[in-house]
Design a protein around this ligand. Structure first.
Ligand code: ZN
Length: 683
């Protein structure tokens, strides 16, 4: 906040002193080069925190900079929503720990260090459960220390709700932090139990899985060819014996945060780049005001058609990975602008979308006759928020509604300034020397790894998710808890299969026919071995993308028993992936793609369950431990999160926006404490 005041004062002084000469304002914005940029912020537990550059921001017009600023403010308002969605205890726990962290006199004891670690882990995950594995964090500080600290903190720092006392707060959250049996798992995917009862996520309250499924089955009209995304923006609760939806909207759940989002969106609409973009923003405002999912669909259609604007954004209830039933969406936001140069690559892909669909190894009856409007671009992200912060995807394809995708197409993005940060931070960490079979693979991946990885993301988002179709009458939610994994596998397979196709070189997307091998080798090493570093030995794989990668890799490994296309070799008690025949691997990938598309197209729940449970979930405990040991030895953190840049508007003496300042130096704890102060309201 201090910064914004200073720059406003400077801007005003300049204008006042030189007003007779009208000295024009000079922007100081420029992007640091890759070599001078410091990507690493800090490390703790299994996390590395990075910062990312926002290249070419200085090339935006003044109006675009103002639009960008308004959209970043709209993005930051929903932070508490995602905490609350992830678990109902998250906000009181976070506020209490932050109060201690900021007020305690003891900042050196082991207990304090344990509390600090817990808080840092919470900030990464938007809650008390690991952002990826979903297990609750273990506190490394004593319960009596915690209780004592809470009692010593100035009571106003605890931000208690209207009627709450310190004792009531302690009674509520102490067991949540210290009893490992309470709220054990964020999103349970384990078949055979009530997924709602065994998940700590806050999308349902007082209803069983059966009741929730019945509720939505009753609502759904199976003859509707343009169905809304049922349940997307609400919480399902049982009140006085009645099951009802509480909707997130102005006047509904999280009204205060949504009202502020609307405030900034309305400001953004005034400086939109064009009428199409203005209409998108205004429709989103209407949706936030009404909570009406038909309006949301209308917004999604306008959004997917807005292709000419340089700036773009996601803001709302979007992805349903956090709901064990795969219907309710977590709140997320990001703001970005098009990377014109790199977008040429994705335009080649989308211009050829129909060719890929025709030539995919899938049964013709499951293919789209006409692939509509797959637009793809490479973007520079300017802010990450909600469920996209501090850990973030590197590619996004939206909207998620199947009928909108079929009728109006989808927008697909690859976030290149984030992959830049990953790659730059990983340089020289010894990973490939440790996990790759020989110098050949090390060289291959070093030469083509970044390029083919970006290309795979493009293909996954732009073609993979957009390919194929559901047969008439098939419920888009038919695969239930297995839906996300199957969908991710379908998109990954589509990309992997075509990477090895001569078409890639023909289109100029790869420099030589063998370059794709870099992605195959690193993908299978990750899917079969290295991603296990994220799993605590004894646990299963839960997260959809991880399940999908293991499913693909271990299915192909299984298929290779006879032809030995791919195998696992052990050297000095360490496991390695060896690919003997890359073309055969491609053939197997095509076979699996055909099978998975069929499962999706006909809504074969049993087929999905069998595949995922057999290949995507279980792991070898000893190999799991070995991979973790090798990572620990290299001191590589398996997860990365980000801090956002800080944007400060520069205003003239009349309060008009004249420029934007960007500052990359904010620290990790500093940023979270500021967000908690500026973007949070206690009811
Ligand atoms: Zn995906």
């Amino acid at each position: 906040m201090k910064k914004s005041v200073i720059s406003v004062i400077i801007a005003m002084t300049v204008l006042t002193f030189f007003s007779c000469k009208e000295k024009p304002y000079q922007s100081e914005l420029n992007t640091p080069s890759i070599d001078e940029f410091n990507y690493k912020v800090e490390e703790f537990a299994d996390m590395g925190i990075l910062r990312y550059r926002v290249p070419d921001i200085e090339q935006l017009s003044t109006q675009q900079k103002e639009l960008l600023y308004c959209l970043t403010e709209a993005a930051l308002q929903g932070r508490d929503i995602i905490y609350d969605q992830n678990c109902k205890y998250n906000l009181p726990v976070r506020r209490t720990l932050e109060a201690i962290y900021a007020n305690t006199k003891d900042t050196t004891s082991e207990n304090f260090k344990g509390l600090e670690l817990y808080l840092k882990e919470m900030w990464v995950s938007n809650g008390i459960h690991h952002h990826y594995g979903g297990d609750k964090f273990t506190p490394h500080f004593a319960q009596d220390y915690f209780v004592n600290e809470v009692k010593n903190v100035p009571v106003e720092a605890l931000k208690l709700g209207e009627k709450q006392s310190v004792d009531a707060l302690l009674a509520e959250i102490t067991p949540v932090i210290f009893n490992p049996e309470i709220a054990k798992k964020r999103t349970n995917q384990e078949a055979g139990v009530d997924l709602i009862a065994t998940s700590a996520g806050n999308y349902y309250d007082g209803v069983t899985q059966q009741e929730a499924e019945d509720f939505y089955a009753n609502l759904k009209d199976t003859t509707d060819t343009e169905p809304i995304s049922y349940g997307l923006n609400s919480k399902l609760v049982k009140r006085n014996g009645q099951i009802v939806e509480d909707v997130y909207k102005v006047g509904g759940l999280y009204s205060a945060a949504i009202e502020k989002t609307v405030f900034w969106l309305e400001k953004a609409a005034k400086v939109a780049e064009n009428d199409a973009q203005k209409a998108v923003i205004e429709k989103l405002v209407e949706y936030y005001r009404t909570g009406d999912l038909k309006t949301f669909d209308a917004y999604a259609i306008l959004w997917v058609k807005d292709l000419d604007s340089k700036l773009d954004f996601v803001n709302g209830f979007t992805e349903s990975y956090g709901d064990p039933l795969g219907m309710k969406a977590s709140w997320e936001a990001l703001v970005n602008y098009k990377n014109m140069e790199a977008t040429k690559r994705t335009e080649i892909i989308s211009n050829n979308a129909q060719w890929f669909e025709h030539n995919s190894p899938v049964d013709d009856c499951f293919k789209k006759e006409e692939v509509k409007g797959v637009s793809a671009k490479v973007i520079t992200v300017a802010i990450l928020a909600g469920d996209c912060y501090p850990t973030t995807p590197i590619g996004i394809n939206l909207p998620n509604s199947n009928w909108i995708r079929a009728a109006h197409g989808s927008k697909s993005v690859t976030i290149e300034n984030i992959t830049e940060a990953y790659n730059e931070a990983a340089k020289g960490n010894g990973f490939s020397q440790e996990f790759y079979w020989s110098e050949n693979e090390v060289d291959l991946v070093s030469k083509y790894g970044n390029m083919t990885n970006n290309l795979h993301t493009d293909l996954h988002e732009c073609l993979g998710h957009a390919s194929g179709k559901l047969l008439p009458g098939v419920d888009p939610d038919a695969l239930k808890a297995y839906g996300s994994t199957i969908e991710e596998a379908r998109a990954d397979l589509f990309g992997l299969y075509f990477m090895a196709h001569p078409k890639m070189v023909e289109l100029g997307l790869l420099p030589e026919p063998d370059a794709y091998k870099a992605e195959y080798y690193s993908y299978f090493t990750n899917g079969l071995l290295t991603q296990l570093t994220r799993i605590i030995p004894g646990n299963n794989i839960e997260e959809a993308h991880m399940r999908n990668r293991q499913l693909i890799a271990s299915w192909v490994l299984d298929k290779s028993k006879e032809d030995r296309a791919i195998e696992i070799k052990v050297r000095d008690n360490e496991h390695f992936v060896v690919i003997n025949d890359y073309k055969l691997v491609q053939k197997h990938l095509g076979e699996l793609l055909a099978e998975i598309q069929k499962i999706k197209s006909i809504g074969n729940y049993k087929g999905a369950m069998n595949l995922v449970e057999k290949y995507g979930v279980k792991i070898d405990k000893a190999v799991n431990q070995e991979i973790r040991d090798r990572y620990a030895h290299l001191n590589i953190k398996p997860y990365k999160g980000f801090v956002n840049p800080v944007y400060t508007p520069v205003l003239d003496k009349n309060g008009n926006f004249i420029d934007l300042k960007i500052d990359y130096t904010e620290g990790y704890a500093q940023q979270h404490l500021r967000y908690s102060k500026d973007y949070s309201e206690v009811k």
